[in-house]
Design a protein around this ligand. Sequence first.
Ligand code: SAM
Ligand code: FES
Length: 340
Amino acid sequence: MLGCDQHTAVLDHDAIVGLLTTVPAGDLYRRADGVRHDSVGDAVHLRGLIEFSNYCRNDCMYCGIRRSNAHVKRYRMTREELVETARRAVDIGFQTIVLQSGEDMHFDQAGMCRIIEAIKRMDVALTLSIGERDYADYKAFREAGADRYLLRIETTDTDLYHRLNPGMSWQRRHECLLMIKELGYELGSGIMVGQPGQTIDSIADDLLYFRGIGIDMAGIGPFIPHPDTPLAGEASGTLELALRVMAAMRLLMPDINIPATTAMETLHPQGRIMALQAGANVVMPNVTEGEYRRLYELYPGKICVNDTPVHCRSCIGLKIKSIGRTIGQGWGGHVTHRNY
Ligand code: SAM
Ligand code: FES
């Protein structure tokens, strides 16, 4: 059984390592589920995810759309397509839109601002997940109306980060997170669990780092090797460790938003439901349309590539109701910020 300490904020490095390794998984999940219930309630907030470009200037060793993967058929949506995709997502009920892409500088400051303004006129919350930009860009996007920004730190082990993200700087990524927070965005970050060379100790450090910088949202997913990357032959992360990390995150920061990630469902047909019962309170169904869904292949076996946004919305809605949870109303921001 877990210890009787209910005051989750006292968790230290060793206690987190215990949660990730020795505490029985079922006990941990139940405890995280209880903390989730008490802190953010039973509502599951849905975010419509639009993957609008698979061009990327980076070459992350694990990522299927890395710059040097010549097998990828590259695409980028036009502004009109993107705004229309958001419109259709809003029409089927989404109240948060997430725009995600590789680091595609074709979408410059002015271009992104026009897209942000058009989507914000639909009266929804808007999250950006478009990687590292400079302060002026983050500021302009915020002033154009973007509410939230998602940038995973991936790991706080700087040696591991520099090995797996050639040409990138951990310090720079960290500074991006600080800028995003200072500008008043809701700050989302997260890690990939099971990266080759990642240790349990470093994962415990990652969670403490998130508490230290005060994130509002934590996206935690397993690493899944992509055949056209240098990590093709490596072992996949496990669903159990990803769920444990997510559950420990819930204990450490009880009221933040935590998505049940798509990569979890790639490893198990009920992966997102398992996550919702182990601390998660958000799901981000894909609302990208047509061929683009398949072409945004970060890892193999991505779910729902042949489905439509309407189908995905209804499928996840039924799953959520089947476990006695409700679909969140409103924008579903971090509860400590929630004034809408
Ligand atoms: N370019 C933006 C950025 O860097 O934040 C957003 C897109 S990036 C592809 C989104 C996330 O996908 C990354 O933060 C990473 O954690 C995850 N990802 C990439 N390759 C993956 C893989 N092989 N398995 C699991 N997740 C992966
Ligand atoms: Fe840029 Fe993956 S390497 S999104």
